[in-house]
Design a protein around this ligand. Structure first.
Ligand SMILES: [Zn+2]
Length: 364
C-alpha cells in the first residue's frame, strides 16, 4: 500500500511538472551594472589599465589586484565570489574560453532594455528603446512574485542605486517596495531611516545614482526587518566608473561588491528563515567593449556588450564551478528561473518569456 501511495505521489509530482523536493523559499537577484565578462573571469586587465594610466603599476589597485594568471587575478578581485560562492555553493555560466555563453536577447545592449529583459523575462526592443523610457508597461517577475507569494507589501522588494528602477521594476507602482537612488519609503526601521538620512548627504558623482554602499545596507536592513521573500538588489557603480574610464574604481567597485556578497551570505546563513532555503542569481544587464577604445562603452554599436554572465547559488542546484561546453543561455530566462526555484511557473504571467535554465536543475 505504501508503495502504491509513493507511486501515486511521484506520478502526481511528475505530472504537475513540479519537484516536491525544492528547498527554496526565498530568492535574491543581484545585478552588477555593466560588469564585463573579462574582469569577472579574468580579473584586472593590464592592457586597459595601462591605456588609462601610464603609471598604472604604481596604483594601489594594481598592487592589490594584479597577479600572474587570470584565475589568481579574479580571486584577488572577488575572493569571496570565486573561492567560496562558486567553489562551494554554486556555479557560473558565461566563460567563452570554456565554451559557455550567456547573451542578451535584446539587441540594444544598454541598461533599461537589459533590466527589463531580466525582470519581465522578455526583450521588447520595439517598445523599450531608451533609458528614459517611462514606467515599464510590462509586469515584472517581482509583480508576479508579489501576487503569488501573497506575503505583503514589504516581502517583495526592489532596492537599487539607479533611479530608473523606479520605472523599470514594476508596471504597478506602489504595490511592493521599490526604492532607488535618493528615494525613501515609510519604515519603522531606525537603521533604514538613518541610511536614508545619510544617503541624502553623501552624494555620488552621478545625479541619478546613489552610492552602492547605501543600496546594499538598505537592502540588508530591509531583509532583516521584513523577512523578504524576493528581492532584487541593483548595484550600479561598475558601470558609471567605466563610463568615466576610471578603471581603478571599476576594480574597487567589483572588490567592494564582493565584500557585500560575503556579508549578505553571512546573514543568509545565520538566519533560519533564509539558511538552506534561499536561491541567489547574480548577473549583469549588459557587457561592454573588449578593446582599449570601447571597454568603457556599450550599446548597439558595441556588439561585444551582448556577452554577459550568470551565477546560480542555490540549495536546489548541484552545479559547482564554471560551466563548460554548454548550450548558450539567455538573459530572458532569469525571471522564469527565479520562479522555478520557488516551484512557480512564470509562463502563467508571460507565456512569451524565456524558460527556466534547465541545466541549473539537472539531477534534482
Ligand atoms: Zn552604461
Amino acid at each position: 500500500m505504501r508503495q502504491i501511495l509513493a507511486f501515486i505521489l511521484i506520478t502526481l509530482t511528475v505530472a504537475s511538472g513540479i519537484s516536491a523536493q525544492m528547498k527554496t523559499e526565498n530568492v535574491v537577484l543581484i545585478t552588477l551594472d555593466g560588469a564585463r565578462t573579462q574582469e569577472i573571469f579574468g580579473g584586472l586587465d593590464s592592457e586597459i589599465f595601462r591605456s588609462v594610466n601610464k603609471n598604472f603599476e604604481k596604483t594601489a589597485a594594481y598592487r592589490k589586484y594584479n597577479a600572474a594568471t587570470p584565475i589568481e587575478r579574479r580571486e584577488k578581485l572577488m575572493p569571496f565570489f570565486w573561492q567560496t560562492l562558486i567553489k562551494q555553493h554554486g556555479s557560473i555560466a558565461g566563460s567563452r574560453e570554456l565554451h559557455s555563453e550567456v547573451k542578451t536577447t535584446n539587441k540594444l545592449w544598454f541598461s533599461y532594455p537589459g533590466y527589463s529583459e531580466i525582470l519581465t523575462g522578455q526583450a521588447h526592443d520595439d517598445v523599450i528603446k531608451s533609458n528614459s523610457h517611462p514606467q515599464n508597461p510590462f509586469p515584472s517577475v517581482l509583480d508576479f512574485l508579489h501576487r503569488k507569494l501573497n506575503a505583503g507589501h514589504n516581502a517583495v522588494a526592489e532596492i537599487s542605486s539607479w533611479d530608473a528602477f523606479m520605472r523599470i521594476a514594476t508596471n504597478k507602482p506602489g504595490s511592493f517596495v521599490v526604492n532607488a537612488a535618493y528615494e525613501t519609503y515609510p519604515t519603522k526601521s531606525t537603521e533604514i531611516t538613518d541610511l536614508f538620512r545619510l544617503q541624502s548627504q553623501v552624494l555620488a558623482p552621478w545625479p541619478s545614482v546613489r552610492h552602492d554602499y547605501f543600496t546594499f545596507k538598505i537592502a540588508l536592513a530591509h531583509m532583516k526587518q521584513y523577512r523578504t521573500r524576493a528581492i532584487h538588489i541593483g548595484f550600479d557603480e561598475t558601470d558609471d566608473y567605466a563610463h568615466d574610464r576610471n578603471y581603478e574604481r571599476v576594480l574597487d567597485s567589483l572588490h567592494m561588491t564582493d565584500s557585500w556578497l560575503r556579508e549578505l551570505w553571512g546573514f543568509l546563513q545565520s538566519d533560519p528563515r533564509y539558511s538552506g532555503k534561499t536561491s541567489v542569481i547574480i548577473t549583469t544587464d549588459h557587457g561592454r567593449g573588449r578593446t582599449i577604445k570601447d571597454w568603457s562603452d556599450h550599446g548597439e554599436d558595441v556588439p561585444e556588450a551582448q556577452h554577459i554572465w550568470m551565477a546560480f547559488i542555490s540549495p536546489d542546484s548541484r552545479l559547482r564551478g564554471e560551466w563548460q561546453n554548454t548550450e548558450t543561455i539567455y538573459q530572458d530566462q532569469i525571471a522564469a528561473t527565479l520562479c522555478r526555484f520557488l516551484n512557480l511557473n512564470y509562463s502563467e504571467q508571460n507565456p512569451e518569456a524565456g524558460k527556466p535554465v534547465t541545466r541549473v536543475f539537472a539531477d534534482k
